[in-house]
Design a protein around this ligand. Structure first.
Ligand SMILES: NC(=O)c1ccc[n+]([C@@H]2O[C@H](COP(=O)([O-])OP(=O)(O)OC[C@H]3O[C@@H](n4cnc5c(N)ncnc54)[C@H](O)[C@@H]3O)[C@@H](O)[C@H]2O)c1
Length: 435
């Protein structure tokens, strides 16, 4: 072995040791990043970096090596800063992170109290940003996001389902044109499911699609509508009839914003979480059955999202499994149409729609939970009219209908049945429900 080979072997050995130490150092850096995030401290701390250089370089025995060692330390600290930044941006330091795995369309769902204030860190907002909100959402939420954007444009629409239409869409498109939005700009929804569906569809269609971020502010949108990529508007009084699949680039869930949400809206969101639990997760059902508290609310959101995430990952474009998310929806949509825009909320209609679509033993447990949440258990409108509206639901093909049926809590099946049989089942089971 010549001198060169010997020296290289020694270097290889040192490099192996340094790789081990590098890993240790980066794990320590992770803890520093978590602490800085918690304390709201900046990543770059020039005083600390100077101290590290002075102390370590001062201890070096060979003077001739000192300038190179200083360079080495500076590089190590530059790499650490980059790693900390990446961790913060990737949401790795968020209290709860879920990853929606959809190949090229994969994205993170980040949940943390106060995350609204970190939107600039977690979303790419250094461009033109159309913030879509409504006048029922506390103004502060959109302003907090806008303050973190390079070029924000806020559009505030009237609250309510009546806004989810082609007219609002035109207003958004026009605003984007007027402000010279390009394909590399983005849209952010700050609001409930109405804003998410509308802003998402606007993002899907403007210039054949721009980036979309969703910041849901109702419980219903946090547990359900903000993930999955289904975006739409209502047209000619038909709900969600014009739409697209357009996945968000990222979803930020801030449970703190729910503090301003009226109790009826909280119950509305819990109805969707109940839907998820009945078809897929008996434990989630039990948590809601015991009464949701401030402590368990985040777990409810996370568990409901996990269910929806798994279903969407299996069936992104709703060709099979995703239909289970429509549990309670066929009748629910009929009730929603019949009750009109000022009538029942979406979750309330789904609550009613679930009752006849499960076995008697499930119904026995479900109805008291709905009642305790203040959700309806009895249909107020004319049932025959509702059934006729629901029968025209887009899921119907021919004289048969596909429905999601829950025989026992936590599992479900798709049943196909003649339309008449389905109607009769509702007449019978809803009757039992209000007994
Ligand atoms: N895309 C999907 O997969 C999907 C799934 C389920 C439901 N949806 C759609 O979602 C819509 C319903 O969503 P929703 O129930 O969130 O209704 P919504 O968006 O109308 O919000 C309900 C009300 O709460 C107000 N609000 C929002 N955030 C608030 C906050 N933090 N504090 C106080 N008030 C607040 C709004 O101004 C509104 O008046 C429907 O249009 C439905 O079709 C879509």
């Amino acid at each position: 072995m010549n001198l060169l080979e010997e020296a290289r072997l020694e270097i290889n050995e040192i490099d192996r040791e340094m790789a081990r130490l590098f890993t240790r150092r980066m794990h320590a850096v992770e803890k520093v990043a978590a602490y800085k995030k918690e304390q709201g401290m900046a990543i770059f701390d020039p005083v600390r970096e100077q101290q590290v250089i002075a102390r370590n370089a001062g201890a070096l025995e060979e003077d001739a090596l000192r300038p190179y060692y200083v360079d080495f330390l500076k590089n190590a600290m530059r790499v650490s800063r980059a790693y900390q930044k990446k961790m913060l941006e990737s949401g790795a330091l968020c209290a709860r992170t879920l990853r929606m795995e959809l190949g090229e369309d994969s994205y993170d769902i980040l949940m943390e109290r106060g995350i609204l204030k970190r939107a600039g860190e977690l979303l790419q907002l250094d461009r033109r940003v159309l913030i879509v909100t409504d006048d029922g959402v506390p103004r502060q939420y959109a302003l907090t996001v806008a303050a973190q954007c390079k070029e924000p444009v806020i559009v505030t629409l009237p609250q309510g389902e009546g806004t989810k239409n082609a007219e609002s869409l035109q207003r958004l498109w026009k605003t984007m044109l007027q402000h010279s939005f390009t394909r590399s700009d983005c849209v952010v929804a700050v609001g409930g499911g109405v804003m998410g569906d509308l802003a998402g569809f606007c993002a899907a269609t403007y210039m054949r699609g721009v980036d979309f971020y969703n910041i849901p502010t109702t419980l219903l949108s946090q547990v359900d509508s903000s993930i999955g990529g289904k975006v739409a508007v209502d047209f000619c009084e038909v709900k969600n009839i014009v739409g697209a699949f357009h996945q968000p680039k990222r979803v930020l869930i801030d449970p703190d914003v729910l503090k301003t949400l009226p109790p009826r809206q909280i119950a509305n969101g819990l109805a969707e979480a109940l839907k998820e639990s009945l078809t897929s997760d008996a434990e989630l059902f039990a948590i809601i059955e015991q009464g949701v508290t401030e402590e368990t609310l985040e777990t409810v959101i996370e568990k409901a999202l996990q269910i929806k995430k798994a279903v969407v990952e299996e069936d992104e474009k709703e060709s099979g499994l995703r239909r289970i998310l429509n549990f309670g929806h066929t009748l629910g949509h009929g009730i929603e149409s019949e009750s009109g825009l000022d009538g029942l909320y979406h979750g309330e209609c789904v609550a009613l729609g679930m009752i006849p679509m499960c076995s008697a033993s499930v119904r026995e447990r479900l109805i008291p939970v709905l009642a305790a949440l203040g959700l309806p258990t009895v249909v107020e409108g004319d049932l025959e009219t509702i059934l006729n509206i629901a029968a025209h639901d887009k899921k119907r093909s021919g004289s048969d209908i596909s429905v999601v049926w829950v025989e026992s809590i936590g599992s479900c099946e798709i049943r196909r049945m003649p339309l008449e049989e389905w109607k009769q089942m509702i007449r019978t089971n809803l009757g039992k429900g209000d007994a």
